[in-house]
Design a protein around this ligand. Structure first.
Ligand code: FA5
Length: 337
């Protein structure tokens, strides 16, 4: 009897040791510890033993054997559970070192980069940064800039109007600013000369998008008002700026032009190292009527102003073929800069 019990116990322990899965353990538990298990059947045979001592001894060994089986089942279940957990953790593991080792950082948009660099260059030349609103009055955007109502130059700016009538104003007198030049007026009215400011900002025109035009684009305005300012100061400033912003292999030229708010006026072009010319903006000596609109006496003060397209500068600086590329939000393009 004792030998049978040991045999049954050893066979059970061996099976448990070999159990490959948790499901197998569940099945073994029923088979090795249930009512029809070999040990349970041996128990029913206890009554057949002759002496009380023999029965007691066999009963003790049987209980020990059952305890050993139950304990072995628990141990094997625990081992299999921890194995399963390891496997799941390995499968769900995120390799954080992939991002830590090679971080994918974003960067500022090309136009923002150019905008910030322009500010840096001009601040380095002693200018302060000013700003004005994108929704402007007709007066600041046109009238004070020597473009009264019906002035033909207004036709140059394909204006977007805002459906807003200010108190005491008239319909059609609120516009999306067509250029940054109204900041000239706001700056002059806000303080007294000497004035050395640049004003970068977003401007709007009903222009059809093409390789060099966008309906929403960016300009940087410059305004200097001081005693004895001449065209030579303007030319020198633009030359210094061109070299600082684009590099020594870029050159610039001024072409005679016309703007109602400057007299004389010029167009400012720059030349790429490959020889191609691009118009970047307009400039000139601030018109006396504009100084007066800004509350400044033209007999005492003179000044120059310029307004450049920031988007076109970014295009030039990076050799982008088409201005629209910068606003297509194509990550393959944007990531190159
Ligand atoms: C002006 O807007 C004047 N306010 C500039 C100025 C300021 C002259 C101060 C004199 C004194 P213009 O319309 O030419 O000028 O525009 C200036 C520059 O803005 C252009 O040379 C060009 O670089 C850029 N620009 C104009 N229209 C667009 C457009 N649709 N898309 C992108 N850039 C443009």
């Amino acid at each position: 009897m004792i030998a049978d019990i040991h045999h049954a116990r050893d066979a059970a322990l061996h099976e448990i040791e070999q159990a490959p899965t948790l499901d197998a353990i569940v099945a073994l538990q029923a088979r090795l510890t249930g009512k029809r298990s070999e040990l349970a059947l041996l128990k029913t045979g206890l009554g057949g033993l002759e002496s009380v001592d023999e029965r007691r001894e066999a009963g003790r060994v049987l209980n020990e054997a059952m305890d050993a089986v139950v304990e072995a089942l628990a141990r094997r279940r625990e081992a299999l559970e921890s194995e399963a957990l390891d496997i799941r953790l390995a499968a769900e593991r995120l390799d954080l070192t992939e991002t830590i080792g090679r971080p994918r950082r974003g960067h500022a948009h090309l136009v923002t980069q150019a905008w910030e660099r322009l500010e840096d260059v001009f601040v380095g030349m002693g200018f302060q940064v000013a700003e004005g609103p994108e929704v402007e009055t007709d007066w600041h955007n046109f009238e004070a800039l020597n473009m009264g109502e019906g002035h033909p130059a207004r036709g140059e700016f394909d204006t977007l109007f805002v459906d807003h009538v200010p108190p005491g104003g008239r319909a059609g007198s609120t516009v999306l600013r067509t250029h940054t030049s109204p900041v000239q007026i706001r700056t002059m009215l806000a303080g007294a000369p000497p004035i050395y400011i640049v004003a970068p900002g977003r401007v709007f025109r009903r222009d059809t998008p093409d390789a060099t035009h966008m309906p929403v684009f960016h300009q940087i305005e410059g305004l200097v008002v001081d005693r004895g300012i001449s065209m030579a100061h303007l030319a020198g400033t633009i030359d210094a700026f061109t070299k600082a912003f684009f590099g020594q292999d870029f050159s610039s030229r001024l072409r005679p032009s016309y703007f109602p708010f400057t007299e004389p006026s010029a167009e400012f072009d720059i030349q790429l190292p490959n020889g191609q010319w691009l118009e970047l903006g307009g400039c000139g000596m601030v018109h006396p009527a504009v100084l007066r609109a800004g509350g400044i006496d033209p007999e005492e003060w003179s000044g120059f102003a310029f307004g450049f397209g920031i988007d076109r500068m970014a295009v030039m600086r990076h050799g982008v073929g088409d201005i629209r590329e910068m606003f297509s939000n194509d990550i393959r393009f944007i990531e190159q800069f």
